[in-house]
Ligand binder design. Structure first.
Ligand SMILES: NC(=O)CC[C@H](N)C(=O)O
Length: 331
């Protein structure tokens, strides 16, 4: 346990925390050997499996960054949180919840089987592929670029600049994603889609291919931790109710069918993507003894070596360690 200072926001404390985090990153980097980079999207297979980086941005502005901090990578499934938030903002919460459920599926993120076996009335949740593709069909706009515009806009409001589309990753996924096409056709057949399948899939592949850094993820986490407020600009950019639902979904469904374990051992709303990113939102909390980041923080992690469920294997272990050391759990 880190101990001994009453005020965690001093420069001295920052140096101290930095040393701890540097040690932890060095330690957990060895665990990248236990996983593999995603290869079913060929462009993602080029990532270096040994990479591991973390960025933690606190409400007071205190920042701790360590490891491979300057990598760019694509949002992948993390984009599902953003597209769901945008759809709720554009179409209303009740409209969206009538069309996509908020229950964990207990299946892999790209499962088709559960849709048919359980004869679901709507996709289980917006953070699995079936749910996210359905959300993409509801977003207003005739073309994929029109549908993506409010997604880019919200990201810009969260991270302070307009992120770019990684065209290589987009084309790679577009040309290889037979399974997502199969999910799309199933959704079309069952009447879940609200608009053209091809535009919807193009929207989905593009949103997954938006490029970010761990600092961007930390800023996104910070906005969510603060119920939709960008504390840097003082602007409320997501309605509180929608930010809260997003965090509930991250906690219950954000790490796919490892979400229960993540909630148990880490206890923070978080969302992963197959490129190796994780965004985590740590709300302010009350503790009897001084602890780092009690006023809340956003965390971005990058570690492209994935475990069986498709989450960054070293990233999850690093987050678990930090959450235990600093008592970050919301429970
Ligand atoms: N888990 C993920 O990040 C999956 C996203 C990826 N683009 C896919 O649809 O397969």
């Amino acid at each position: 346990m880190v101990q001994g200072m009453a005020n965690w926001n001093t420069g001295q404390t920052q140096k101290w925390l930095q040393q701890y985090v540097d040690d932890w990153v060095a330690f957990y980097r060895k665990r990248t050997n236990d996983g593999d980079v995603a290869s079913y999207i060929p462009a993602l297979a080029q990532a270096d499996p040994d990479d591991l980086g973390i960025s933690i941005i606190g409400k007071s502005g205190m920042t701790v960054r360590s490891g491979d901090t300057d990598m760019s990578f694509t949002l992948q499934s993390i984009s599902k949180v953003i597209s769901f938030i945008v759809a709720c903002m554009e179409c209303g919460v009740s409209y969206m919840l009538d069309r996509v459920d908020v229950e964990p599926s207990g299946e892999a993120f790209n499962s088709i089987m559960h849709l048919e076996m359980q004869q679901v009335e709507k996709p289980f949740n917006p953070l699995i592929n079936a749910g996210a593709i359905t959300v993409g069909s509801i977003l207003p706009g005739k073309t994929s670029d029109q549908r993506l515009e409010p997604i880019f806009q919200l990201l810009e409001n969260m991270v302070g600049y307009r992120p770019k589309l990684n065209v290589d990753v987009y084309e790679s996924e577009r040309d290889s994603s037979m399974r997502n096409r199969a999910i799309g056709y199933y959704l079309l057949e069952t009447g879940f889609l609200e608009s053209d399948l091809n535009v919807t899939l193009e929207t989905y592949f593009k949103q997954c291919s938006i490029e970010v850094t761990i600092d961007d993820l930390a800023n996104i986490g910070m906005v969510l931790a603060n119920d939709g407020m960008n504390i840097k600009t003082g602007e409320a950019i997501i309605p509180r109710q929608i930010a809260r639902i997003a965090k509930v979904l991250m906690l219950t469904c954000g790490m796919y069918d490892a979400s229960g374990k993540f909630a148990t051992y880490v206890g923070i709303p978080a969302k992963s993507g197959v490129s190796g990113g994780i965004v985590a939102a740590v709300p302010p909390r009350v503790r009897d003894e001084p602890m780092p980041f009690t006023d809340g923080c956003g965390i971005g992690v990058y570690g492209p070596a994935l475990g069986d469920e498709g989450n960054s294997i070293a990233g999850i272990r690093l987050l678990r360690h930090i959450a235990n050391q600093w008592d970050l759990s919301i429970f």
